[in-house]
Each structure stands twice: as C-alpha cells, then as structure tokens.
Design a protein around this ligand. Structure first.
Ligand code: FMN
Length: 198
C-alpha cells in the first residue's frame, strides 16, 4: 500500500496535526506491513498561488505549451501524479481562521484540473480520483466537533466536499481539538486517534 502524507503545518514536530497524522500512519503501517510512505511537506516546499501562467498553461494543450507554461504546470502535474499513485492519503491540517491554511488550499488548487481530476458530464460533475481512502488530521485551538462553535468549522466540511468533488468520498476526519485549552491539550492527539481504525 502506498500512503501519501500531506503536511501543511509549519510547526514541525510540535505540530498537533502532524502528530495526529503520524499516529494514523503508525496504525496504517501496523495493519499493512510493508507499506510505503511518501511525504509532501507543503510548509517546507509550498505550492504557489495560482497565477496567470498556471491558468494559461492549464487551458493550453500540452504540445502547444511554451517553456514558461511547461514550468508553470509542473507543480500541478506532480501533485496529481502523487495522489494518483497512492492508495491512502493522510492530510494534516491546522485550523487557521476557521478553515484550512492557504498552503493546503494552494495544493488543492493545483490538484483540481478539469478533465484530469474532475469533469462535467450531462448529469453533473464527476470526480476522477477514485479508489482512495483519505484521513484528515485536523488540529484546532478550540472545540468544533460539538458545542457552540460547531457551525464555524469551515475546514472539515470544505475538505469533505472538495475531496468528494474530486472523487475521494471515503474520508475520515480525526481531530486534535482544544489544543489551546489547558484541560484538553494533553490528551487531544490521543482522543483524535481513538476512533481511527486502519
Ligand atoms: C494563524 C492562526 C490562526 C488560528 N486560527 C484558529 C481558529 O480560527 N480557531 C481555532 O480553534 N484555533 C485557531 N488557531 C490555533 C491552531 O488551530 C492550533 O494552534 C493548532 O494546533 C494548529 O495546528 P498545528 O499544531 O498542526 O500547527 C490558529 C492558529 C494560528 C497560528
């Protein structure tokens, strides 16, 4: 089994979303010995925001692309190839300002390509990244799985929708939540891992 780990926190080993991701990967490796892990660290190697060159390249057939357009499409091609080659994705995401960090959004923007990772059909959109299992490891300072802040979680619903749009409908969200609350911090990662079966 090939596991793709997406890191989007810049906090290295201190990161709760990365610790939770690692816990999920440890469970996967225990259940599926011999699996390989490919790490894509979006904090160390950020994907650029979509600029004019990217958009032009996307809508120019490969054989007609200029050298600049060929370079512009490289990030997207790499992201797509990595996802397509994997069986399982473990996406670590901090909760920033009620949603995902822009580093992860930029990666999703490069992954989302008409007629490659999704297409429109007469009956509606169809995601073309199929057969994947996805775990999202979400770390937040507050509590969003229940209680008064639940309606303001624009991270998990967005990721579920976006991944599903691309064809990845088997999504499990694990949360290390309340990490800024003293009574929750110490156990947040363990609690997030408790419900995960590999
Ligand atoms: C720029 C920034 C914005 C944040 N926004 C929120 C927020 O809206 N809600 C929340 O509960 N926590 C928020 N936090 C706290 C983080 O979600 C928390 O520190 C989490 O552990 C970050 O993930 P990481 O440990 O993987 O880096 C924010 C932190 C930062 C640095």
């Amino acid at each position: 089994m090939q596991i793709l780990q997406i890191i989007s926190s810049a906090r290295g080993a201190e990161s709760f979303s990365t610790q939770l991701s690692q816990g999920i990967i440890d469970k996967l490796l225990a259940a599926h010995p011999g699996s390989t892990v490919v790490v894509r660290d979006l904090a160390k190697h950020p994907f650029p925001h979509l600029e004019e060159a990217h958009l032009q390249a996307y809508f120019t057939p490969a054989e007609g692309r200029s050298p600049e357009q060929q370079a512009a499409v490289r990030h997207s091609d790499e992201a797509i190839a990595e996802v397509m080659a994997s069986d399982v994705l473990v996406i670590g995401s901090p909760f920033y300002n009620f949603t995902i960090p822009s580093s992860l959004k930029a990666w999703l923007d490069h992954l989302t390509r008409a007629n490659i990772t999704f297409r429109y059909t007469p009956t509606g959109p169809e995601g073309l990244i199929t057969g994947k299992k996805v775990y999202v490891a979400l770390a937040s300072g507050g509590i969003y799985s229940e209680g008064p802040m639940q309606p303001y979680d624009f991270a998990a619903p967005y990721l579920r929708w976006m991944l599903g749009f691309l064809g990845m409908r088997d999504v499990t969200v694990a949360r290390a939540e309340g990490v800024k609350l003293p009574e929750f911090q110490a156990t947040a990662v363990q609690k997030g891992l408790a419900g995960i079966t590999a």
